[in-house]
Design a protein around this ligand. Structure first.
Ligand code: PDD
Length: 282
């Protein structure tokens, strides 16, 4: 595997970073994950725009122009197999004596990127199981931060239960019901009576690029949809639940907390969106 680190491509075995890197010490950095189909990055401009948002929110200057990012990515795709990959971009606040505030004067950021084979989307066609958990993350989930310990623990809850994902329910304000935010590493959609329901973007969820593609598909193909706050009981009462991410595309959640979702098989909305997504991603 060939990776990119601070201006150079090299075998992953040769890549070294300092133990004082603020990514290692504080989780002080942001990342992106970009799917690549037939050696072309999908929705690259949107991913780089979200990366810029993450960098802005943690007050880290973008080390590269859009053209430079495109060049780095082109090199990485060419150097790796197979044709369908996913790229991981990772920027930290660099190497400095351990101290919480930003290094002053600033130090060069660490820029790391790699590519991995994209899992076959068909794996999701059978449907997957999920568990629910209280969303106990911070209040800036719109930042794609590398400090992912809460997501790691939440995702492990799913694995421990033999499931593929943890669906997160954020406690409401006093008197308000808990509501759906997203998955531990995905966005979640609810289907009820033929309508696709999506939680609204905001600081409590990652604005998924795949999420945007799904809503674009709904808009373009006259699928009824609504973007609104989704109380927990509507999640438990769903006809279908869908999970989306750059690496898993769209999957049907057929069991939630051990109980069937709808008919416990991928439903008509899933099949329709799955098919359309395959056409959109080309
Ligand atoms: N994660 N929400 C969270 C918390 C995520 O980590 C992800 C993706 C998504 C979906 O976003 P997108 O459609 O842009 O991939 C939503 C990536 C795949 C990861 O961390 O590996």
């Amino acid at each position: 595997m060939t990776i990119y680190l601070n201006g150079q491509y090299m075998p992953v075995e040769d890549a070294k970073i300092s133990v004082l890197d603020r990514g290692f010490i504080f989780g002080d950095g942001v990342y992106e994950v970009i799917p690549v189909y037939s050696r072309r990055a999908f929705r690259l401009a949107e991913h780089l725009r979200r990366l810029q948002h993450s960098l802005d929110e943690i007050r880290l200057p973008n080390p590269h122009s859009l053209t430079e990012w495109a060049d780095i990515i082109t090199g990485l795709i060419a150097a790796n197999e197979p044709d369908d990959q996913y790229l991981y971009l990772h920027i930290t606040r660099g190497v400095a004596r351990r101290d919480h505030p930003f290094p002053n004067p600033p130090v060069p950021p660490t820029v790391f990127a790699m590519s991995n084979p994209l899992p076959a989307p068909r794996a999701g066609l059978l449907g997957v199981s999920a568990v629910t958990a209280v969303d106990n993350r911070w209040l800036r989930c719109d930042i794609k931060a590398i400090s992912l310990l809460p997501n790691v623990l939440l995702r492990q809850m799913a694995v421990d239960a033999g499931c593929a994902e943890t669906v997160l329910l954020r406690a409401g304000t006093p008197g308000e019901a808990a509501f759906l935010t997203e998955g531990a590493a995905s966005n979640i959609f609810v289907v009820k009576n033929g309508v696709l329901l999506a939680p609204p973007k905001g600081q409590l969820m990652l604005p998924g690029i795949t999420y945007d593609v799904i809503l674009e598909i709904a808009e373009a193909c006259d699928i009824p949809y609504s973007v609104r706050k989704i109380p927990a009981d509507e999640v438990f009462d769903a006809d279908e639940l869908l999970l989306t991410s750059s690496t898993r595309e769209v999957m049907a959640i057929t069991h939630l907390d051990g109980k069937p979702v709808g008919n416990a098989v991928p439903g008509p909305m899933f099949h329709k969106i799955y098919q359309l997504y395959q056409e959109f991603k080309i």
